[in-house]
Design a protein around this ligand. Sequence first.
Ligand code: FAD
Length: 263
Amino acid sequence: MSTTAPAAGARKPRVQIMLSVVRTERLSPHLVRIVLGGAGFDEFESNDKTDKYVKMLFTDIDGHQVTRTYTVREVNSADKTISIDFVVHGDEGLAGPWAAAAKPGDVASVSGPGGGYAPDPTADWHLLAGDESALPAIASALDALPATARGVAFIETYADADVLDLRAPAGVEVRWLLRGDRAAGETTLLADAVAQYSWLPGRVHVFAHGERGAMKQLRDVFKHRGVTRTQLSLSGYWAFGRTEDRFQAEKREPVGVIEPVSD
Ligand SMILES: Cc1cc2nc3c(=O)[nH]c(=O)nc-3n(C[C@H](O)[C@H](O)[C@H](O)COP(=O)(O)OP(=O)(O)OC[C@H]3O[C@@H](n4cnc5c(N)ncnc54)[C@H](O)[C@@H]3O)c2cc1C
């Protein structure tokens, strides 16, 4: 079953696809995988981006419909399911708490997918960086890299228990950065690690997504390293202390803009 509703500022109507929770899996203390399926799966048109994402519809406490954005970690055509890995970040918000409590049969309304990045096969090496909100997209990129690929992935998360056993080509190192007691979105771990890394020779292709402030720090590191716009996929996935509604609205305000690097 699908319904159409006009999307603000969009030319095409946004098609809402109705799915339901098939099963859930705790990947770590702060990450839960929700597998969604049902008749609506046939309306889901996947794309070849490793960061493909959907907009999920929720109702806020005032009864307004709002969206939350989530990466599609896996599309399983045989099972007719999609998997989404949600950060469980406490009681605040709509999507995180929904995922933490989700059970088989719960309904989910999604639209999309969109997406903008897949590893460039002509790049000499790959640099991936993000916090756990970008972990699904980073894991999908690692899955898509050829066995001969070279590079590094920096992933910031809470603690040892949140470290996942990711598949990666032998030449791509996965480095976990643990924030411990510090709040998500309040560290300089990613920018420090990327700045201190001995960059590999040749042309890099970069994917960096996560908390907005951390992405601004990283943008400065990439600028300093001479990474150009065409080599870079960089944006905030969320912002410390902001709901997604506020965060998305601020993209039109100075605080929300992550200045581009040079061409
Ligand atoms: C393209 C794209 C893909 C994304 N993919 C994923 C994904 O696969 N998995 C995923 O978990 N997130 C993903 N995100 C981020 C997700 O959309 C936001 O984290 C969103 O704000 C969560 O909604 P919420 O209702 O749980 O919290 P909100 O109501 O938006 O916010 C409530 C409070 O929680 C805080 N908060 C929000 N997210 C986090 C977090 N990750 N850690 C700590 N505090 C947080 C906010 O700062 C705010 O104070 C993606 C975002 C984008 C733009």
